[in-house]
Design a protein. Structure first.
Length: 716
């Protein structure tokens, strides 16, 4: 070993290095055993060596050979001494310019022999080493490249960011060319901008030597930013297909570049694009996309913060739409987290004595709503929408109106029913703005405990039961429906909404496969009980108009007729509606009672206090039945619906009340007149069975009725 050096590779992972060969092994990943080392070595055979132990270092060497020099940074070279300096760039220090075949440049990550700035004055890469913050920043800048402005760490640079860098470099080249053309301007004249009205332009004279308008025809430069504007838009459109991280960096890079553009002093055509108008429009579009990306993309918080910091460092126009608009609350923010967890129900907090409110751009609110819906976090979404504030009042109201639906998706039906009447700071309650379709949906949800599949209430015909739901009692559903009708003028005047509420009162707590109500036939209560409900219902309906919490009288909790009582309460509310104003159509309302025809008799009897209202109702019913385009009696319906139609027609022609006899006669005449069209209708057999089993000829003995009965008898 007297003529050889031994290199022992340490297993210590500490990132250190020595200043010169032979230095303390704690500062280097390489330990060199020189000729005069204190190790006692024996001659080695070609294939083996005796074991050698050094007590000082705790090393056991069983085999040794001459080391192969591996690639290394110049400052780690064992062949040439390296002298450290902090920021010496003017000339090489000591022998730092010397290098072996395996020395690499610390800055370029190339062989020293290939480094173009190895000994170049003002650069001198040969002096670079990792112990110097100065040289380390140079290396980071060289490796990170154009992304250095974002202050990314070297470990954060991945394939997505490298791709963003290449896109920005190409965009820079294209933008520079187009912007230079814009700055050169286009030769034109003032007459191209402002039409010249000088008399020298008429057909008899020429403008030659016309001192009055010659200045308007001199050559000038016109600057039109349209091509640059279009180039930026096309670039953003293409970048939209990139991955979110790439897209976000590209957007900010584009924003940085267009902010440097200036409008030259000169003229521009009318209806052309100018920098002061175009740049804010481009920035606004970039900001809206970035706001969405920061919310819906799963960026690390450190990456999102660097994007926000970079945006805030830009020299932005001093407009409220652009300044601080990218200060999006990250998902880890303590205020946002406390709101989503229900720990903060105001959306406010005090930081260093200053009040802070959860205020976000409408684009952020929409993106956060979409994200929470995708994650099925409906309870947190409802909490967020209750307290968030934004810059678009109308859109916020639309989102807040969906809070009861999100509560239903979570399974909290009781809270959803209460929240329909909650008045937000920005508007009146949600119930005031419900459409007939939304009203029907909420009635189905509250009555059955099922919700539409998916995030949108009107785009799914499939219903499901949310986990952990607590069913709502039927009387509570009816009270919610009546309160909505009292607050919503559109629904109050809409016959279909009343028909829906009647169906809820007649329905089971389950939906049919097609999403419709399943009707149940309730037993007709005694006349005394009906009269008791009729007398009490007025007070209940009055309280429902003025109070939020209404306790029903004991009649509505009767062990004998609880469902019947709620149906009569709804019918009595309909009576008040009909006394208020006539309806344009009543057929669907009458049909909504299905097989509970006793409730329709209850309606007629309650309306009899005002014969004019009762006659108006019956006249409207006759008009609906005689409607030329009416399909109730001629359409193909399911067997269950056919039974309801049969019972309805039987009720109209058999009800023993003088005011209904004209209706009965007109219906009989209509059926006889259209008998050929009604052949084989599914409800005919049901009507025939009812006429055969119940004798109604004791008051209706007209020839038309007997003729109809004989025709129907042939079907049984």
């Amino acid at each position: 070993m007297a003529d050889k050096s031994v290199i022992v590779i340490s297993d210590d992972e500490t990132d250190t290095e020595s200043e010169s060969p032979g230095a303390d092994c704690k500062d280097s990943s390489v330990l060199v055993l020189e000729e005069n080392s204190d190790f006692e070595c024996s001659l080695l055979d070609e294939n083996r060596s005796d074991e050698m132990v050094d007590a000082e270092f705790g090393l056991s060497i069983t085999y040794s050979k001459k080391a192969d020099v591996m690639p290394h940074a110049r400052y780690d070279c064992t062949s040439h001494v390296f002298s450290q300096s902090e920021n010496q760039t003017s000339s090489p220090v000591g022998t730092n310019s010397d290098f072996c075949e395996q020395c690499y440049c610390y800055i370029c990550d190339k062989l020293a022999s290939e480094c173009q700035s190895w000994i170049t004055p003002s650069f001198c890469h040969c002096n670079a080493h990792k112990r110097s913050p100065f040289w380390k920043s140079w290396r980071d800048q060289a490796l990170i490249g154009a992304l250095i402005v974002f202050k990314f760490d070297l470990l954060e640079i991945d394939a997505d960011l490298r791709h963003a860098e290449s896109l920005l470099m190409k965009f820079d080249a294209d933008l520079t060319v187009e912007y230079d053309k814009f700055m050169m301007g286009t030769v034109s004249s003032l007459a191209a901008i402002y039409s010249c009205s000088c008399c020298c332009h008429n057909q008899y004279q020429t403008m030659v030597n016309c001192k009055r308008c010659s200045s308007k025809h001199e050559d000038i430069l016109i600057y039109n930013y349209s091509n640059v504007y279009q180039l930026v838009l096309e670039f953003l459109e293409k970048a939209n297909g990139e991955k979110p991280k790439t897209f976000a960096v590209v957007l900010l890079g584009a924003a940085q570049r267009i902010l440097l553009h200036k409008q030259p002093l000169g003229h521009h055509m009318q209806n052309t694009t100018v920098v002061p108008e175009a740049v804010p429009l481009l920035l606004q579009r970039i900001i809206e996309i970035l706001q969405r990306l920061l919310v819906v993309s799963d960026f690390p918080s450190s990456f999102s913060k660097k994007l926000i910091d970079f945006y805030n460092s830009l020299l932005l126009p001093h407009t409220a739409l652009l300044l601080y608009c990218l200060n999006v609350y990250l998902w880890e923010d303590s205020l946002l987290v406390s709101v989503l967890k229900g720990q903060n129900i105001t959306g406010e907090r005090v930081v260093k004595g200053k009040k802070e409110v959860l205020f976000e751009s409408i684009h952020v609110v929409l993106a956060r709503t979409e994200k929470l819906k995708q994650q099925n976090r409906y309870r947190e979404l409802a909490r967020y929408l209750k307290v968030v504030r934004t810059n678009n009042r109308a859109e916020l109201v639309r989102l807040k109106d969906q809070i009861p639906f999100f509560m239903c998706k979570h399974g909290d039906f009781t809270s959803a029913g209460h929240h329909l009447f909650y008045s937000h700071d920005v508007s009146c309650c949600t119930a005031c703005r419900l459409t007939p379709r939304q009203f029907t949906m909420y009635l189905k949800i509250l009555r059955t405990g099922q919700v539409p599949v998916g995030n949108e209430p009107f785009y799914s015909g499939v219903w499901e039961t949310p986990t952990g739901h607590v069913p709502v009692k039927k009387n509570e559903v009816v009270k919610v429906g009546l309160r909505i009708l009292n607050r919503n003028a559109q629904l109050y005047m809409n016959p279909e909404s009343w028909a829906d509420l009647i169906q809820v009162s007649c329905s089971d707590s389950k939906l049919a496969q097609d999403g419709s109500f399943i009707c149940v036939a309730w037993k007709e209560p005694e006349e005394t009980f009906q009269q008791s409900i009729r007398e009490t219902a007025g007070l209940v309906l009055k309280e429902l108009e003025t109070k939020q919490i209404v306790i029903l009288p004991k009649q509505f909790y009767s062990n004998y007729f609880p469902d019947e009582a709620m149906l009569m309460l709804v019918t009595q509310a309909l009576v008040q509606r009909l006394l208020h104003a006539h309806m344009c159509t009543v057929l669907n309302i009458a049909m909504a009672f299905r097989r509970n025809m006793w409730a329709l008799k209850y309606l007629f009897k309650s309306l009899s206090v005002r014969l004019d209202v009762l006659h108006a109702f019956l006249d409207c019913l006759i008009k609906d039945l005689n409607e030329k385009n009416n399909t109730l009696l001629t359409r193909t319906v399911a067997q269950s619906d056919a039974e309801h139609i049969g019972h309805f027609i039987f009720f109209l022609i058999s009800y023993e009340h003088a005011v209904l006899r004209p209706v009965a006669h007109k219906i009989v005449d209509f059926l006889l007149e259209h008998w050929n069209e009604l052949q084989n209708c599914p409800w005919q057999r049901n009507l025939a069975t009812l006429l055969q089993n119940q004798d109604v000829t004791h008051w209706n003995t007209s020839n038309s009725f007997l003729q109809l009965k004989n025709k129907l008898r042939t079907l049984v």
